[in-house]
Every structure is written in structure tokens, then in C-alpha cells.
Write a protein that binds this ligand. Structure first.
Ligand SMILES: Cc1cc2nc3c(=O)[nH]c(=O)nc-3n(C[C@H](O)[C@H](O)[C@H](O)COP(=O)(O)O)c2cc1C
Length: 263
């Protein structure tokens, strides 16, 4: 990496990608870089500082990512050789979506210095096993550290895309794009368990799209991206959706950290 000033833009629904972004930032800092972390949902793509190296990190969703992340990446300005790296966290398979987004950046004139997906706990529907999740994180963090080290040394891989990953990317862009339609919003079926809700308003503060308003109880609008942040970090377990089948929720951060990162 030639440029030692790095801005990392990340989106994290339940905390995994934040842990990855934080680990990369720490490693780059210890390698002499000045590094900042910015949540994508609070960042304007047109104000990205192209004189710095740019890192982009996101959650894999439906072999792609959330529409808000895609819009951010697609809206980044064209440039002439700004260094960039892309990483994502997934439950099991990303179908190389990170390489597809890296390709989009390359087409905009960014100089790709690495792309990689990291396997973390699956936050979607699965009945969570805390021990297994801890193991997954402890296996992922050293790999993430290695990736950052390779970025520093200019040795990180930039994965190739192929015909299959391109087709899969197009299909998954279409499917995740449908999430913003009113029919999908109905199917997501967010609902409040009034007997558990204490009207604390935490869900309102942490929702990345401003989809929740506190009236008598929280009410949901039609901008849900299925990141699961509200249901995972409702410590009362008062929010359900089609994606929350069990009483267990996945969260990578404790309450204090969640406040600092998401609010
Ligand atoms: C709606 C949704 C769709 C998902 N789709 C995939 C997928 O296609 N492939 C995969 O490996 N993991 C998938 N996952 C799991 C997440 O990518 C994984 O748990 C990720 O590390 C969560 O990161 P975060 O905590 O930063 O949001 C999905 C999760 C959600 C909520």
C-alpha cells in the first residue's frame, strides 16, 4: 500500500463486519497508517476523500449485499488510481460478491489492492449456538489480521471474477433490489411483541435506514433492508420478523459497544 492514510467505510447489521473493520483498522494503524472508520449508512459517497486509500466492508446478504451498501458503492466518484480494498463477512458463501464490487470500483478508476470474504457467525434465521459462534469469530479474526498485513505489504490478493459470479451477481442484485418493494416489506413482517417492549427507543436510534418511529410503540415504515439490527439488539427480544424464528438472537457486540457503533 502506497498511501498510508486510510478511510474504511463499513456496513454492519449485527456487528460482524464492524469487528472485521476494527481489526483491519488496528492492524493498519500498527503498521504506521492513519486510519478512520465510517459507517456507510451515515456517509455521503460523494464526500469520500479520494486522496486517501479507501476500504469498503459489508455484510453478505443473499449472495450480494444490502441495497444501501450497493447504492453507496455505485455512487462513489470516479477517480484516477485511488487505492481501494474490499472485504465482507458472510455465514457460508459470498459467491465472490466482494470481487464483483471490487470490479465496479476498478471500472471507476480505483486501484484495487485486495478483496476478500471472511466466514463469521451466520446471523440469519439459524438457531444460534453461542459456543460455535465464538469459535467462528476466533478463527476469522487472525485471517482478517493477515489480510490487513497483506494490504500493508502490497501482497493481498485481488480475486478474479468469472462468468458464473457475474451472472450470480446480476441475479442477486435483482433479488436484493426487490426487498425495497412494498410486497417484500410486507413479507419481512416486522412486528412488536407489546408484552415485552419497554418503549426504550433503542431500535429507533440504531436502525440504519430510519425505518422505525416511536409512537405509542415502535412502528415500522417501508425501508427495512433485513439487516436484523433491530431484532438482534432489542435486548427485550420484543422485535420479530420472518427472519427471527427462535427466541435466540445473534449479536456480535455488547450493549455499550452497540451504542457506540450504531448510534
Ligand atoms: C438477510 C440476510 C441474508 C444473508 N445472506 C447470506 C448469504 O447469501 N451468504 C452467506 O454466507 N451469509 C448470508 N447471511 C449471513 C451474514 O452475511 C453473516 O452472518 C454476516 O457476517 C453478518 O454480518 P453483520 O453482523 O456485519 O451484519 C445473510 C444474513 C442476512 C441477515
Amino acid at each position: 500500500m502506497k498511501n498510508k492514510a486510510v478511510d474504511i467505510y463499513f456496513f454492519s447489521g449485527t456487528g460482524n463486519t464492524y469487528l472485521a473493520a476494527e481489526k483491519i483498522a488496528q492492524k493498519l494503524q500498527s503498521g504506521g497508517c492513519q486510519t478512520n472508520l465510517f459507517p456507510i449508512e451515515k456517509s455521503d459517497p460523494l464526500k469520500v476523500d479520494l486522496t486517501k486509500t479507501i476500504g469498503i466492508g459489508f455484510t453478505v446478504a443473499c449472495w450480494n449485499t444490502y441495497p444501501l451498501v450497493r447504492k453507496f458503492i455505485k455512487s462513489l466518484p470516479k477517480t484516477n488510481g485511488t487505492e481501494a480494498f474490499v472485504f465482507c463477512t458472510m455465514g457460508d458463501s459470498s459467491f465472490k460478491t466482494q470481487a464483483e464490487y471490487a470490479r465496479i470500483l476498478k471500472e471507476k478508476g480505483y486501484c484495487l489492492i485486495g478483496s476478500k470474504a471472511f466466514r463469521m457467525p451466520n446471523n440469519f434465521i439459524a438457531i444460534q449456538d453461542e459456543e460455535k459462534n465464538k469459535i467462528r469469530i476466533s478463527l476469522a479474526l487472525p485471517k482478517i489480521e493477515c489480510f490487513a498485513e497483506d494490504i500493508l505489504d502490497g501482497k493481498a490478493e485481488t480475486e478474479k471474477t468469472g462468468v458464473i459470479s457475474k451472472i450470480c451477481f446480476k441475479i442477486s442484485c435483482f433479488i436484493t433490489g426487490l426487498w425495497e418493494t412494498s410486497l417484500s416489506q410486507k413479507m419481512i413482517n416486522l412486528r412488536i411483541k407489546k408484552d415485552l417492549c419497554v418503549k426504550c427507543g433503542f431500535c429507533v436510534k440504531i436502525c440504519p435506514t430510519g425505518n422505525i418511529a416511536l409512537q405509542d410503540y415502535p412502528v415500522f415504515k417501508d425501508k427495512c433492508q433485513v439487516c436484523l439490527r433491530c431484532s438482534s439488539y432489542c435486548f427485550q427480544k420484543a422485535i420479530n420478523s420472518f427472519a427471527v424464528l427462535s427466541a435466540k438472537r445473534y449479536r456480535a457486540l455488547d450493549k455499550e459497544n452497540a451504542k457506540n457503533v450504531f448510534c
